[in-house]
Design a protein around this ligand. Structure first.
Ligand SMILES: *[C@@H]1O[C@H](CO)[C@@H](O)[C@H](O)[C@H]1NC(C)=O
Length: 494
């Protein structure tokens, strides 16, 4: 059971609560699934693109066109994610969390259907469009959007990890073969249907009802259902207190965020940390590992891909424990450093492969290490730090900017990796090693420890506290406590 569940005010876990968490994290499962699903069947689907091309134009597809089409199929997912991560705050405030999730499910349904039917319809455009739409779904459902429960981060992270086991299904013997890959792509509609079926039985987020809609009565009823208690006055009082504090702090727009000297430095840090997550090269592995290994001549590359998925799964759980016990900054540096070493080892192993066949095992192990260290640091930590660097006023804007940088970098890797890999061969990971080293140095010199600190203490690290700033820091100090009382919260998206 994810650690976060126990935090619910020491309450027992009711059926309704368990159901709500389960329903909500199905979205994260989809996120992990759709990141990894295109990895193993790359070659087979590329052959299908080629066949379609031959059917339409009577000639084989030019190699360059094929690379572009496949890169686009992989990367357009991030464009969808970016677009929807901008709309999500607005939509969920307008419709409520539950209806927003229902609507979002229609996207997943459309995306899955488009991808699943693309082969029958002989249209790679459908697959590409489907990836865009499913990306839009994941932008809302994926990273930090569990509207229901505290502990959502742990539950979400675990579900996302589980989704990364997708490459197992991508085995040629299972669904990754010539005939069945459309099912592999379309399978993403199953969790969607399940989520749609379960949502009506989940209560609307009480925090949303109270803080956004001011419906105290309905919020109370939701709290009762989720906790199984009749007396929920204490929880309501906490939300009241939080609302009071939120009302005290003005919302900050994105433009203001960049103009204000108070926010500039935390903003730069947040953006760079998001970049450190994506430019670490993790998605080069999740999207392309099968192809990297095939080209390098490793035997049974699909097993390396599956292994990476399984390691990822296991280490999301390990990271849940670490995050509660160690400092953010330490973990991030540990992760970056470990990934950097693994990238170098992998490069060496791949370049010695011709002379020393045993190197294929070393290269696999280094990929597993790379993924494991990712889940220790650059995977979870950047989101924690953004949330902890900003108080409630500027936090939504900061989160939007951070999300946008994240998706953009994700797109760049998905789109550009194959071209760079063609140029550099196995040495491509030295580029990531260099980037990782840069981010490690940056974190060492610039990123403050945020765990368990008040905004006051954090901003004392940024050496520009004027008298004005000191006043704001006091406000922030007040606000800090309220985020800890966030029982049903998605403070990140309002
Ligand atoms: C496309 O298919 C044809 C045979 O139909 C083959 O000769 C050609 O090598 C293939 N091209 C690519 C890029 O796979």
């Amino acid at each position: 059971m994810p650690a976060g569940f126990q935090q619910l005010g020491g309450e027992t876990v009711t059926g309704t609560l368990a159901l709500s968490v389960f329903t909500a994290v199905l979205g994260s499962l989809e996120f992990g699934y759709n990141i990894g699903v295109i990895n193993a069947p790359q070659k087979i689907i590329e052959e299908n693109y080629n066949a379609t091309w031959v059917h339409r134009y009577g000639q084989a597809i030019p190699a360059g066109t094929l690379t572009s089409l496949w890169s686009l199929s992989v990367a357009i997912f991030s464009i969808g994610g970016m677009l929807s991560s901008f709309c999500v705050g607005f939509v969920s405030e307008w419709l409520g969390r539950r209806k927003a999730m229902l609507i979002n499910n229609l996207l997943a349904f459309m995306g899955g259907t488009l991808m699943g039917l693309s082969k029958v319809c002989r249209s790679f455009e459908m697959l590409i469009l489907g990836r865009l739409v499913i990306g839009a779904y994941c932008g809302e459902a994926g990273i930090r959007l569990d509207p229901y429960v505290r502990g959502r981060d742990s539950a979400n992270q675990s579900a996302r990890g589980a989704g990364h086991a997708a490459p197992i299904l991508g085995l040629e013997q299972l669904l990754g073969g010539e005939e069945l890959w459309p099912i592999l792509m379309g399978l993403t509609v199953l969790p969607t249907v399940l989520q749609m079926a379960l949502l009506p039985f989940c209560p609307e987020s009480p925090r949303f009802l109270y803080i956004v809609r001011c419906q105290e009565h309905h919020a109370k009823r939701g709290l009762r259902r989720l906790t199984g208690r009749q007396e929920v006055g204490d929880l309501l009082a906490e939300m009241k207190e939080e609302k009071r504090r939120m009302d005290m702090e003005r919302k900050v727009s994105i433009a203001e965020l960049f103009r204000s000297p108070l926010h500039r430095q935390p903003m730069v840090i947040s953006i760079l940390l998001q970049l450190s997550q994506q430019l670490s090269g993790i998605n080069a592995i999740f999207y392309y590992s099968t192809s990297i290994f095939t080209k390098a001549g490793v035997q049974s590359p699909v097993y390396a891909t599956i292994g990476a998925g399984v390691v990822n799964c296991a280490f999301t759980v390990v990271s849940l424990f670490l995050v509660e016990r160690m400092g953010r900054r330490t973990l991030h540096m540990l992760g970056l450093g470990g990934m950097c070493v693994c990238a170098v080892v992998m490069t060496i192993a791949l370049s010695l492969l011709d002379t020393v066949p045993a190197m294929s095992y070393v290269s696999m192990l280094s990929i597993f290490g790379f993924v494991a260290f990712f889940e220790v640091g650059p995977g979870p930590i950047p989101w924690f730090i953004v949330a902890e660097l900003f108080s409630q006023g500027p936090r939504p804007a900061a989160m939007a900017v951070a999300g946008c940088s994240n998706w953009t970098a994700n797109f760049i890797i998905g789109m550009g990796f194959q071209y760079v890999a063609e140029l550099c061969g196995p040495y491509v990971f030295l580029i990531f090693a260099a980037l990782l080293l840069f981010f490690l140095v940056f974190t060492f010199f610039r990123v403050p420890e945020t765990r368990g600190k008040t905004f006051d203490q954090i901003s004392a690290n940024f050496h520009h506290a004027s008298a004005d700033d000191a006043m704001m820091d006091m406000d922030m100090e007040l606000n800090k406590t309220s985020t800890e009382l966030d029982y049903f919260g998605d403070e990140s998206i309002n």
